[in-house]
Ligand binder design. Sequence first.
Ligand code: XMP
Length: 326
Amino acid sequence: AWTMEEFIGKEIARIREICGNTGRVIGAVSGGVDSTVAAKLMHEAIGDRFHAVMVDNGVLRQGEGAQVNEMLSTDLGVNLTIVDASDLFLSRLEGVEDPEQKRKIIGNTFINVFEAEAAKLEKAEAEKGKIEWLLQGTLYPDVIESISFKGPSATIKTHHNVGGLLKDMKLKLIEPLRELFKDEVRALGRLLSIPAPLVQRHPFPGPGLAIRILGPVTRPQVKLLQQADAIYLEEVRAAGLYDRISQAFAVLLPVHAVGVMGDQRTYEQVIALRAVQSEDFMTADWFVFPPEVLRRISSRITNEIAGINRVTYDITSKPPGTVEWL
Ligand code: XMP
C-alpha cells in the first residue's frame, strides 16, 4: 500500500531524474483534470523548464481560455502559452458535417499548431536547450485500453490522440499519471492544491463543441452553443446537481422549429440537453432532473439566446445511444 503523499514525492524524484538538470518538457493542457494535474506535477518537479501550451481550437467552452490562464498561470504559477488558432481550425472545418471528419481535422490541426508552437518556444529560448520531452496525462485505463483494445467505444469513435507528435517531433514521452485511476488523479489534484471545481470537472471531448454542433461548424453556431452550454451548466451547478452527474452538456441541432414571441412567429434552432450518470462511460443512464430545474434552464435558454426557440431533453441511455450525439 502507498499513500498519495508518497506517490507525489516518488514521482517528482523520478521526473527530476529523467529530465536531468537541463531537460525541457512541453505539454498540452485543456483545462481538464488530467492535463492540469499532470502540468502542476511537472511544475513542482522542474519549474519553468516545463512549458504548458493551450491551443484555442475555436470550439472550446465559453471563456475557457481565460479560465485556464487564470487557474494554471496566475494561481498555480505554471509557464503557460495560449495559442489562438481558432481561425485556422474553423476554416479547415468549413462545410464539414461528418463527425469522424471533424475529429480528424481537429486532431491533425492540433498537431500542426502544437508543433509550430514547440518550435517557436525552442527558438525563442534557444540558450535553454532543446525540448526533448512531451508530457501526456495518460491514465492507467488508457494504458490498458491501448494494450487490449477490447471495448466497442474504441472502434466506434476515433478518439483524438497525439501519437503523431511523438513521431514527427521525435519527442520522448513522459506520463506521470500512467499508474493512476481517475479517482486517484482527483485525489492527487486536491493534494497539489488544484481548486475543487476543477478537480471535480466533467470530461470534455478533445474535438470540443464541434461534435456537439450537428451541422457544419461556424462561428455563429459555436457562439449559440457556447451560450446555451454556459446557462445549462450554471443552472446545474446552482441546483447543486453538478457532482451527481457524470457529464452534462448541450447539443445544437441543425433544424429550425416554429415558435412564437409576442405576436411574432419565430423560426429558430433547437437545443438538446444531455446529462448522464455513468461509472466508466461504456454504459450510461440519463439523469432524472427535478422538473423545476429543467423549466428554469429552458426558460433562460429561450429568453436569453436569440436564435434558439426550443429546448428538448435527451432521455436515451447508453446503449443504445452514445453519450455524445456524434
Ligand atoms: P460516447 O459518445 O462514445 O462517449 O458514448 C463516451 C465518452 O467519451 C467522450 N468522447 C470523446 N472524448 N474525443 C474525446 O476526447 C472524442 O472524439 C470523443 N468522443 C466521445 C465523451 O464525451 C464521453 O465522455
